[in-house]
Design a protein around this ligand. Structure first.
Ligand SMILES: [Zn+2]
Length: 253
């Protein structure tokens, strides 16, 4: 079966996703093409080979930029030569991954989220054993810091260090199109879902600071680490909701 599904977003951007993964663990993989360089923002779970899918989008090998070191974002990174991440993310020695929700909850420090025992609903091949899943380390070949600018040729991406979900979470901001690749820092949530800010490595005061910073950024469109793309008003709403729940000091604006 085709494990990955590819959607053309337009303007040199494609979305690669893994439809057979439970929504909780189903992360977006963004492939963005410039004139000189392509970037792959995150790399899925690593359940099936990702490089052949990426090769169909461009003959050029992309630079993989990892928003953070969670299994659903860095699973396929080891297949690529260039892997860039913030120094505070342990991409070379990540927490072990699992497709079994009980094991994963224990490893990540997830509080009670109702999940099925197994987080994939199909396997990429008949002989694939989901219980044998392992997350491959993918040591960074280059470290990214807040304010770094990635020049893709004809478009640039600015690195924002936005801790809270993890210590070294980053987002990428394109100032020309005012688009934000937000990783797990912010994504659109169902009413009873919440951003993961109380798992191992997460920090609520830092997350609040991150949200305040995002509130000041001129963003037109968010390409998140999970779920659908959304616009500025939804972004503001999500920031406000978060701060009203978690922040003890008053919300500006
Ligand atoms: Zn995450």
């Amino acid at each position: 079966m085709d494990w990955y599904s590819v959607t053309e977003v337009g303007d040199g951007l494609s979305l690669i996703s893994e439809p057979q993964v439970h929504p909780f663990l189903q992360a977006n993989i963004w492939h963005l093409r410039g004139q000189e360089r392509d970037v792959l923002i995150d790399s899925g779970l690593g359940v099936a080979p990702l490089a052949p899918v990426v090769r169909q989008l461009s003959a050029r090998e992309p630079t993989v930029v990892l928003t953070h070191a969670h299994l659903d974002h860095m699973g396929g990174a080891h297949e690529f030569t260039e892997r860039w991440a913030h120094p505070l993310e342990p991409v070379g020695s990540p927490l072990p991954g699992s497709l079994e929700s009980a094991v994963l909850a224990e490893t990540l420090g997830l509080s009670a989220i109702p999940l099925p025992p197994l987080l994939i609903s199909a396997t990429p091949s008949p002989d694939y054993d989901p219980h044998a899943y392992q997350l491959h380390p993918a040591p960074a070949t280059h470290h990214l810091h807040d304010g770094d600018v990635l020049d893709l040729g004809g478009r640039t991406l600015e690195v924002l260090h936005l801790p809270g979900h993890t210590p070294g979470s980053i987002a990428l901001y394109d100032p020309k199109s005012k688009s934000l690749f937000s990783g797990d820092v912010i994504y659109d949530l169902d009413e009873d879902d919440q951003l993961l800010d109380d798992i191992h490595g997460a920090d609520i005061p830092e997350y609040c600071h991150t949200m305040r910073r995002l509130a000041d950024l001129p963003v037109e469109v968010v390409y998140p680490g999970h779920g659908p793309t959304f616009g500025q008003s939804r972004l503001r709403e999500l920031i406000k909701d978060y701060l009203s729940r978690r922040d003890s000091s008053p919300v500006d604006g």
